[in-house]
Design a protein around this ligand. Structure first.
Ligand code: CP3
Length: 361
C-alpha cells in the first residue's frame, strides 16, 4: 500500500481529500487484544521489546483505520536515563521513587543518553518506519508536565509542590526546566533521525497555570524546544492539555505547526486565540464516546464543519481515550470522519469552478 501522508499535509495546512484523524491514547485498554498483552507484560516491559511495542503501535492503525500512528511509549520513559527511578502503577499512573525536592536533586540529574539507555525506543521507531503506511507520530512530555510527576512523585490534582518550587525557588525551577528541555530536545531529535514523521509535545497539565505564570515560568522552555528543533522537516504539535483555553494567546510565535485543543474552546475560537497561523487538532470531549452513535456523529459533525472552514485541521479528541471506550464506536467514528469530510471537501472543490462558470454567462 502506498504511503498516505494526509495527516502530514493537514498539519502543514495543505489541501487534503479528507480530514485526517487519530486519537490520543489510541493504543490502550479499550482494546481487548491490548488487555490480553497487558496480562503478561507491563507498559515498560512492552516498551523494552521493540517488536512488541511496534505491534501495539500498529494495532489501532489496523483496527480503526486512523491516519497516523502514535509510538507506544510513555512520557516518563526518557526520565529514567537522566536518573529518575519510577514505575507506572496500575490505575494510578507514574510513581517516582526519588522525587525532586531540592537544588541538589536537580543538580544530580544526568544528561540523557538516548542510544545507550533508550535504544529500544529507537529500534521500535525503525521497525515502524518500515511497516507503517501512515505517518508515525513520536512524542515527549513537556517540561512542566514532566516536572509535575518528578516533583510531586505521583499524579496530583493541585500541583502544590510543583508550584511551591516554581514560585518559591525560581532558580531551582529554571534549572530543572533547562535540564528537562535539553532532555526533550535530544530525545525528539533522535526519534526523527530514526524515522518519526511528526512529533507531539504533551503538556497535559500546564492548563493549571495562570497565563502570566505560563509566560514567565514555562513558555521560554517550550519556545526553546521548538526553536532548537526547527531544522527538523516534520510537523511539530504542541498540546497544552486540558483547560488550556486561557493560555492559547501565548502560543503565538512558537515554532510549532499544530496546536492541540481541548473541548472547552471551539476550533474557531482556538484558531482566533492562537493568532491564525497554526493548524489545529482536536477536540471532541472523550466522554461523548459514551453516548449513542447518532449523538457521537452529531457532535463530531459540529467540530468537522468548523474545522473544515480553513486549511490545517486534524480531528482528534480533546484529551486521551479512557479505558471503557468501545472499539466499534471508535471505528465507526473514524469511518464517519473520513466519509463526511471527503464528501464535503469534494463538494467545496467543485463549487468555485461552478461559480466561475456562472460569472462567464
Ligand atoms: O496510544 C498512545 O497515545 C500512545 C501511548 C501513550 C501512553 N502514554 C501509554 C500509556 C502516550 C502518548 C502517553 C502519554 C502520557 N503519559 C501523558 C500525556 C497524555 C495525557 O493523557 O495527558 C501522560 C500525562 C502520561 C502519564 C501517564 N501514564 C498517566 C497519567 C497514566 C495513566 C494511569 C492509568 O492507569 O490510567 C499512564 C499510564 C499509561 N501510559 C497507560 C498507557 C496505555 C495506561 C496503563 C497501561 O496500559 O499500562
Amino acid at each position: 500500500m502506498a504511503f498516505d501522508d494526509t495527516f502530514l499535509r493537514a498539519c502543514r495546512k495543505e489541501p487534503v481529500e479528507h480530514i485526517p484523524v487519530w486519537y490520543m491514547r489510541q493504543a490502550g485498554r479499550y482494546d481487548p487484544e491490548y488487555r490480553e498483552i497487558k496480562k503478561n507484560y507491563s507498559l515498560l516491559e512492552i516498551c523494552r521489546q521493540p517488536e512488541l511495542a511496534a505491534e501495539v503501535t500498529l494495532m489501532p492503525v489496523r483496527k480503526l483505520g486512523v491516519d497516523a500512528a502514535i509510538l507506544y511509549s510513555d512520557i516518563m520513559n526518557p526520565v529514567a536515563s537522566i536518573g529518575i527511578d519510577f514505575d507506572i502503577v496500575k490505575d494510578v499512573g507514574p510513581v517516582v521513587h526519588n522525587p525532586i525536592r531540592s537544588k541538589s536533586d536537580v543538580e544530580a540529574l544526568r544528561p540523557i543518553d538516548v542510544e545507550g539507555d533508550l535504544g529500544h525506543v529507537l529500534r521500535t521507531i525503525e521497525i515502524l518506519d518500515r511497516e507503517l503506511t501512515v505517518p508515525l507520530i513520536s512524542f515527549a512530555g513537556a517540561p512542566f508536565t514532566l516536572a509535575s510527576y518528578l516533583i510531586e512523585g505521583r499524579p496530583s490534582k493541585g500541583y502544590r509542590r510543583t508550584k511551591a518550587m516554581m514560585y518559591g525557588e525560581p532558580e531551582v525551577w529554571f534549572a530543572l526546566m533547562e535540564k528537562l528541555g535539553d532532555m526533550v530536545i535530544a530525545y525528539l531529535r533522535a526519534h526523527v533521525a530514526s524515522g518519526a514523521k511528526a512529533f507531539q509535545l504533551f503538556d497535559s497539565w500546564v492548563g493549571s497555570l495562570a497565563p502570566a505564570d505560563f509566560d514567565r515560568f514555562v513558555r521560554p522552555t517550550i519556545e526553546r524546544i521548538f526553536s532548537e528543533l526547527a531544522d527538523l522537516d516534520v510537523p511539530k504539535i504542541y498540546f497544552p492539555g486540558v483547560s488550556s483555553g486561557e493560555l492559547l494567546p501565548s502560543m503565538k510565535g512558537l515554532k510549532a505547526d499544530v496546536i492541540g485543543l481541548d473541548w472547552r474552546v471551539s476550533l474557531t475560537e482556538g484558531r482566533k486565540r492562537t493568532g491564525g497561523g497554526f493548524a489545529v487538532q482536536g477536540n471532541l470531549d472523550p466522554y461523548v464516546l459514551t453516548a449513542p452513535m447518532s449523538v457521537i456523529e452529531g457532535r463530531a459533525r459540529l467540530i468537522l464543519d468548523e474545522g473544515m472552514r480553513e486549511p490545517g485541521f486534524v480531528f482528534n479528541l480533546g484529551h486521551g481515550l479512557f479505558p471503557e471506550a468501545e472499539l466499534d464506536k471508535l471505528k465507526a467514528l473514524t469511518d464517519y470522519v473520513h466519509s463526511y469530510t471527503s464528501k464535503t471537501l469534494s463538494t467545496n472543490r467543485q463549487e468555485p469552478a461552478q461559480k466561475e462558470g456562472s460569472n462567464r454567462r
